[in-house]
Design a protein around this ligand. Structure first.
Ligand code: ZN
Length: 247
């Protein structure tokens, strides 16, 4: 387990099986954004302990979207520690297992076959990538603006990858948590820097691109993505990178 890296004051990023999650710390209290694959459970717990806390100390898990690489431990944490899960209202059906908006590893392997993609598919399958994690207890937030949670995250609804995909602006820290709306690297491509995931990962690729416009006015200097390393720069510049034609 590599320790979480500090992205900004009170903001830590940890990496599991080709996927990131965030830990927002305010004194003794934590908010966690996303939880990796089911197979990342030990790493997730270790990342909380690396900050001197226990999973039961987590005030809530915010979920950017209900794909298995982001929700791996939400049900286990609820059962074992009573940690609530919050998602955008348009993501509730996905997280409760009433609707499916995701590519399977087989879809990906068929459409992007390369040796590295095959290795990635094998890796994520071992990490529980074919599991269906559902959380009937998931709830949504109400109102606009910062949530009353450690880190005071501001939800930014960015539909397309899934219907309820949500980024989170950490205004005080100057960090934009982009989930899978913008990633900075992915095993299915050699491209580096801010980018969208290949279109077949998205429920609605056109909408996913349009949603990025919501990032342009946000004031931040650091991008913390769902996949790939942290990127230093403004959201509007990340959007320009992500929408630039691929060479
Ligand atoms: Zn993802």
């Amino acid at each position: 387990m590599t320790s979480p890296i500090q992205v900004a004051d009170g903001v830590h990023l940890a990496t599991g099986t080709d996927v990131n999650w965030l830990l927002l710390q305010d004194g003794d209290a934590l908010t966690v954004i996303d939880t990796g694959y089911p197979g990342d459970a030990d790493r997730l717990d270790a990342s909380v302990r690396a900050l001197g806390r226990e999973p039961g100390d987590v005030a809530a898990v915010l979920v950017t979207h209900a794909h298995v690489d982001h929700v791996g431990s939400i049900e286990r944490w609820w059962q074992e520690h009573g940690v609530p899960v919050l998602v955008h209202e348009d993501e509730l059906a996905n997280v409760r297992g009433e609707r499916h908006e995701s590519a399977t590893p087989l879809d990906v392997a068929r459409r992007a076959w390369r040796p590295r993609t095959a290795l990635w598919a094998a890796r994520i399958t071992r990490a529980g990538g074919t599991a269906h994690v559902t959380a009937p207890h998931a709830q949504t937030w109400t109102g606009e603006g910062p949530l009353d949670l450690p880190g005071r995250p501001v939800p930014v609804h960015t539909p397309g990858h899934t219907s309820g995909h949500t980024a989170f602006l950490l205004a005080d820290a100057g960090v934009l948590v982009t989930g899978d709306a913008i990633v900075t690297a992915h095993a299915t491509t050699s491209r580096r820097g801010p980018q969208q995931l290949p279109g077949f990962f998205a429920a609605d690729p056109t909408l996913a691109a349009r949603s990025l416009e919501r990032f342009r006015d946000l004031d931040a200097d650091t991008i913390a993505p769902g996949h790939g390393p942290v990127w230093q720069g403004r959201p509007t510049d990340a959007v320009d990178h992500a929408l630039a034609p691929q060479r």
